[in-house]
Ligand binder design. Structure first.
Ligand code: ZN
Ligand code: ZN
Length: 100
């Protein structure tokens, strides 16, 4: 196996036939959880949230508002449940109207 990509914690190791083995650091956005490979000189503007003490991916949403990815998942889950309950309520009241 001359070509291999191993993926240990936060580092990608690639075996390139031309340049040999190289390592690339990966970072994970503190807000949306997106992973990316750190490329020096790639020109991509990434941020850092001092509140979460973690890097941010550079997306506008992630740069303008601080919401840690775990909180965000919680919120999405709550919103999903609220939407389902709301639908159920509506279905019930509609049923009430139809039956009434
Ligand atoms: Zn992000
Ligand atoms: Zn943050």
């Amino acid at each position: 196996m001359s070509h291999s990509v191993r993926k240990p914690h936060g580092v990608i190791v690639t075996n390139d036939p031309e340049t040999g083995e190289s390592q690339a650091d990966t970072l994970c956005c503190a807000h949306c959880g997106r992973h990316w490979i750190v490329q020096r000189g790639s020109g991509r503007a990434r941020g850092f949230c001092t509140n979460c003490m973690g890097p941010t991916c550079g997306n506008r949403e992630c740069e303008t508002a601080c919401e840690h990815r775990e909180k965000r998942l919680d919120r999405l889950e709550r919103e999903r449940r609220a939407a389902i309950e709301e639908q159920a309520r509506r279905a019930e009241s509609m049923g009430g109207i139809l039956l009434g």
